[in-house]
Ligand binder design. Structure first.
Ligand code: 1HN
Length: 353
């Protein structure tokens, strides 16, 4: 049997071999195998919390210097400190804060990246999806799925800010990015349906007859607006009715009504409520998660490190780090992650500790 470790002269001859192979882009697996195939996840992602007030201040200053139309999208990227230069908040996801001022438009485009918007403040702006406006209110969730036309406008009287969540690093990983603008320099998509039409047709456990002209939304992913008023009411009822899950608190996932699965092929989104004084048991999951504090006050402990949480703060929790969430005042959180993709690939795991 060969020795476990090569002898010194064999080691020197191996190094010489590596040096000769390298210019031909050939490398020995045995030198890197254990770094490639780790027994448990090793993520470069670092826990981080962005204070909303500080980010908002910078965003409003940018608002005075560049228009939404000039910028195409006026967004401050929330870049993970462990992933510098990548525009990524986790290894698979992107996060940004977008500002649209009264009277502004963000021109229509479409791309293969899936996006969600989670409204942080303001009222009266809309996202139009394939020409149908979703008029957005604070803490609404709005989707712009892969390859659907979307433009934004602010018909209200106040600045509107939302969190953008996209699967940009995932699409980059597959080198599958396509994007285009409307032809002939058009800014907005022609209006194709009255605002709220899709919610009425698909949002209440109803749908148009299949193959009828009324079934105008894509069959695989028809719904794109999940209003705060509706999800908050459901979460409140659940919280009044019984005990929280020890590892999650009261938790509800947003679903695609077409298949009952996550809202988009690559991104899953959910909300949680932790009663005042409640702390979760520690839990790890393979999906690094971006959280927004919707209401309340408390603390996240990530691998034992405390992070204070205040309203509208944004927090990123790396994959497989132990997370405890503790509510001082009743805490309501929104979260999104790549669990949708990982579950399809058979990769998703959690550990309830
Ligand atoms: C995008 O299309 C939007 O539509 C926001 O509002 C942020 C970041 C990268 C690529 C496309 C939007 C984006 C984006």
């Amino acid at each position: 049997m060969a020795d476990a470790l090569p002898a010194e002269d064999a080691r020197a001859r191996l190094q010489a071999l590596y040096a000769e192979m390298a210019p031909q882009h050939l490398f020995p697996l045995w030198e890197v195998l254990h770094a490639l195939v780790t027994p448990t996840p090793r993520s470069p992602v670092r826990p981080h919390r962005w204070s909303y007030a500080a980010a908002r201040d910078h965003l409003l200053r940018a608002g005075a210097l560049i228009s939404a139309e000039q910028a195409e999208r006026r967004v401050l990227i929330l870049e993970n400190p462990g992933l510098p230069g990548t525009s990524a908040v986790t290894t698979s996801l992107y996060a940004g804060l977008q500002l649209i001022l009264p009277g502004e438009v963000a021109p229509c485009h479409r791309h293969t990246q899936c996006a969600l918007r989670f409204v942080m403040e303001g009222e009266g702006a809309f996202t139009a999806l394939d020409g149908e406006k979703a008029v957005m209110r604070p803490f609404d969730l709005v989707l712009t799925p892969n390859w659907q036309w979307h433009d934004h406008g602010n018909a209200g009287g106040a600045p509107m800010i939302w969190l953008d969540g996209l699967d940009i690093p995932t699409v980059r990983h597959f080198a599958a990015s396509f994007a285009e603008r409307l032809p002939d320099g058009a800014i907005a998509h022609q209006e194709t349906a009255p605002p709220g039409d899709t919610l009425a047709r698909y949002g209440r456990n109803l749908r148009p007859f299949a193959a009828s002209p009324a079934a105008r939304r894509p069959a695989a992913l028809p719904l794109f607006h999940y209003p705060y008023a509706e999800w908050r009411d459901a979460l409140g009822q659940v919280a009044r009715a019984g005990a929280p899950d020890p590892h999650l608190g009261h938790a509800l996932e947003f679903t695609n009504p077409a298949d009952g699965g996550p809202v988009m092929p690559t991104i899953a989104a959910h909300v949680r409520l932790l009663p005042a004084g409640f702390a979760t048991r520690p839990r790890r999951a393979t999906d690094a998660t971006v959280f927004v504090v919707v209401e309340g006050r408390g603390e996240a402990r990530i691998a034992g490190e405390p992070v204070p949480l205040a309203e509208r703060d944004i927090l990123v929790v790396p994959a497989w780090e132990e997370l405890v969430l503790a509510a001082e005042a009743e805490l309501v959180l929104f979260g999104y992650s790549d669990a949708a993709a990982q579950q399809k690939l058979g990769l998703w795991r959690e550990a309830r500790l």
